[in-house]
Design a protein. Sequence first.
Length: 191
Amino acid sequence: MNDFEKFACTEISNALAGIDAAAVPDIYALSFFVDDVDGDPRYPWLQLGYNTRAQVAASTASAASDAAEAKWNFAFWLQNELAFIGEPGTAGRQLLEQALKAEGLWYSDEEEAGDFERCMQVADRITAYFVDACVRIAQALHASGAIEARFGHPVPIIVHELEYYDQIAMQTAAANPPGLAQEFVDWVVNG
């Protein structure tokens, strides 16, 4: 793990420790929502959240087409924001930029203006690198026992964007111990 990933594990562990103890027994999954600041792929960030069985029941009754959609479609989740990793002006952002640049995954605004196509190829590699880092962070949290210690049992971490597709299912499966995220994976793959 690089310094950014170690930092992220610590920040996420601290955020999980801050969850209201009354909510903990109802939490069935954690969200690693991956996005870019202002749509710029050079600035990816991770938003940590969770969902509860009570929210699934409420969404099933009010908006979702069925319980599975309420359970796994992020649009129906609580939208809580426990932590943001990689936000501009933070230590996490600085560590992430250092990691990206060390891998040769960076371009300037001037480079983008001069060779947009090449820079978009680098942008795709930045996104892939960041998602892989999020998967490694989730794996490390499981391996360290941090998730089980907080919730009393393993809880799947969903590594995702707003849209779901096979790659989201595969990266989520990889982020978790074997079989832990299978219900989510099946929902994504079988639609």
